[in-house]
Design a protein around this ligand. Structure first.
Ligand code: DX5
Ligand code: ZN
Length: 215
């Protein structure tokens, strides 16, 4: 199981870099939550922040774009050094644009991520899975950390796991929101590969033990 602690509970880029330095040998990715105040209410740093995190630390970056017009800034996030770049399915009115963006991400040797909110069924993203390296299943409403894990998520993860073996496709399954050691075990059994953790790891006194307790 891979673990990606998120930047959402942290206010400044300076502190994010400090956090990344502390966990870089134990975590697999730093999950960078980007919000634009439109797709979700909160607003965070953007590609400039991602670029400075990338300059100052060596941890791989898993960038989660919770923005309403991802196409506009994809190039900038690629240049900023994203290793996984994830867009939201719900942000695209024109689904041809979604395919174009997923292809563009892959062309720059970054892993393409596609995320679905809790109310979006897995069946809606079937046509896009062959362009997707990572499916990010939201297990809370995107927008803030510290919410309760939604139990419907297990079934979505199991469904994606079955799809990838039935159709012999190779995407990874990532889960984001409300993750703690009580839910991580069952997510693993359902087929999850990457778990994001905001408040659980960040608020633990011993962050290294917290990370290993999710694996
Ligand atoms: C939610 C973000 C998550 C968040 C998770 O909008 O996408 O990455 O930081 O935080 P926890 O683990 O506290 O739910
Ligand atoms: Zn996230």
């Amino acid at each position: 199981m891979m673990i990606a602690p998120s930047t959402d509970p942290i206010r400044s880029i300076h502190e994010i870099i400090e956090y990344a330095e502390n966990i870089k040998h134990d975590a697999d990715f730093l999950h960078c939550d980007i919000m634009d105040g439109r797709f979700v209410e909160n607003k965070t740093y953007s590609y400039v922040g991602v670029a400075s995190i990338n300059e100052k630390t060596l941890i791989a970056l898993d960038v989660h774009l919770m923005v309403s017009e991802p196409s506009k800034d994809i190039d900038k996030y690629l240049q900023a050094g994203a290793n996984i770049l994830t867009v939201h399915y719900e942000a695209y009115v024109d689904k041809k644009k979604l395919i174009k963006d997923l292809k563009k991400i892959r062309q720059s040797h970054t892993l393409s991520g596609l995320s679905i909110k809790p109310q979006t069924p897995v069946s809606e993203i079937l046509p896009y899975l062959s362009y997707t390296d990572v499916v990010l299943v939201m297990s809370v409403e995107p927008g803030k950390s510290g919410q309760k894990f939604l139990d419907e998520t297990y079934q979505k993860v199991a469904q994606l796991n079955k799809i990838r073996s039935d159709y012999n496709v190779n995407f990874k399954i990532e889960v984001d929101g409300g993750i703690n050691p009580l839910v991580s075990e069952k997510l693993k059994q359902c087929g999850a590969d990457i778990l994001v953790s905001g408040s659980y790891v960040y608020s633990s006194e011993d962050k290294i033990t917290a990370i290993s307790s999710l694996r």
